[in-house]
Design a protein around this ligand. Structure first.
Ligand SMILES: NC(=O)c1ccc[n+]([C@@H]2O[C@H](COP(=O)([O-])OP(=O)(O)OC[C@H]3O[C@@H](n4cnc5c(N)ncnc54)[C@H](OP(=O)(O)O)[C@@H]3O)[C@@H](O)[C@H]2O)c1
Length: 355
């Protein structure tokens, strides 16, 4: 059987993405083959395509952090999974494909009746948001938080989970994102026209308890200035590495996986040394998944249950057919996207009432 997958042929722009067709892989011992229904498109995919994400594989590779699909065939010695069962996984790369073989312990059951695009949004974006909110810090009702990139994939997840937790929320976004930030319960701050540190001081007086910091670089330091005494910056992103979807440094074409890491270390150390008890702590979903796989499984199961109960509703910015991955990257790189872009295959039909 032939299948299609997307391949990054060289580090660079969206033109580095190619559709390739080849023989479908067979599952090895302990693996299951999954027919992918939906694969998420996120900034980490763009960072890997450009060669700067810490998890960037060597080229050529198939990108795609997260997927939802249906178990299609079992390798030897696999138990507890049935062909036809819907599952989710976060392989970090490889999800932009019609079929993927994964170890059975990486597959997490998805309750029946959920829309695949909504369910896949939970894997990278909502687990990141949930773990930052409840594991990197313990968010309690009434706490004030600042969410950067609040209208994006992780940002909208933070807003929805923050509302459930009873947080007072402020969110930086461009003018296009202000309406959705307000709708999800946050106070929008236009990052292009306003100084967010001054604005937070004006709105709150003493500052916020937590900043969810997705921009990276020296922006982390400005975020620290928005904290009240004893507050915490959870630093997790490298959005400032990209401009218009391409490397801001203008030096594409090579693999540089340590990009942005030294400055994280510097700010974490400074947080301990300087007065004010203001800490900078890093968050990495892949590190936590590797160190504590049971926690990853537990948190995704909790989120799937919240989705089943309609207590959270991932915003799907747009669904693209898998073979249009390049257009999906172009759109995300342009900016102004609200929520999550998802690649879908022929088998994925949106559930009633979804966008
Ligand atoms: N550490 C982890 O485990 C982990 C996991 C997942 C994601 N991430 C990181 O999280 C970040 C967000 O990912 P995503 O997929 O949610 O991206 P996304 O959907 O593209 O959202 C990024 C948002 O940031 C906004 N933005 C850009 N520059 C900004 C600035 N200077 N100030 C405030 N907002 C700004 C954009 O707004 P406009 O487009 O309107 O300008 C956009 O809404 C990325 O850096 C990604 O690498 C980290």
């Amino acid at each position: 059987m032939r299948y299609k997958r997307i391949v990054v042929t060289h580090y660079g722009g969206p033109d580095a993405l190619e559709v390739q067709e080849e023989e479908c892989p067979e599952p090895q011992r302990g693996d299951a083959r999954v027919r992918v229904l939906a694969a998420g498109v996120s900034l980490p995919d763009l960072l890997a395509r450009e060669g700067v994400h810490p998890e960037t594989p060597a080229v050529p590779f198939t990108p795609g952090w997260d997927l939802v699909g249906v178990v299609d065939r079992l390798g030897q010695d696999v138990s507890g999974l049935e062909p036809g069962q819907t599952v989710a996984a976060m392989p970090i790369s490889g999800a932009y494909a019609e079929f993927v073989c994964l170890p059975q312990d990486k597959l997490i059951p998805v309750p029946p009746g959920l829309d695949a695009a909504e369910a896949v949004s939970l894997v990278l974006n909502y687990i990141t948001a949930y773990q930052m909110m409840h594991r990197s810090t313990v968010a309690t009702a009434g706490q004030r938080v600042l969410i950067h990139g609040a209208s994006g994939g992780v940002g909208t997840a933070l807003l929805q989970l923050g509302r459930l937790a009873g947080l007072e929320m402020y969110g930086t976004c461009s003018a296009r994102g202000a309406a959705i930030v307000s709708e999800l319960g946050g106070v929008p701050i236009d990052y292009r026209d306003q100084d967010f540190v001054k604005e937070i001081r004006r709105l709150t007086g003493e500052g916020v308890d937590v900043v969810f910091e997705s921009i990276g670089g020296t922006h982390i330091w400005r975020s620290r200035k928005a904290l009240r005494r004893g507050g915490k910056v959870v630093a997790y992103g490298l959005t400032s590495s990209l401009e218009g979807g391409r490397l801001a440094s203008g030096r594409p074409g090579r693999r540089n996986r340590l990009h942005g890491i030294p400055i994280f270390v510097l700010f974490i150390a400074a947080g301990w040394v300087l007065p004010g008890r203001k800490r900078v702590v890093p968050y990495s979903i892949q590190t936590l998944m590797r160190l504590k796989p049971a926690l990853f499984r537990q948190d995704l199961t909790t989120l799937l249950d919240l989705l089943r109960q309609r207590k959270i509703k991932p915003i799907i910015a747009r669904r693209f057919p898998l073979v249009e991955a390049r257009q999906a990257h172009e759109l995300l790189g342009k900016g102004g996207v609200t929520g999550k872009i998802v690649l879908v295959t022929d088998g994925a039909t949106p559930a009633a009432g979804t966008t």
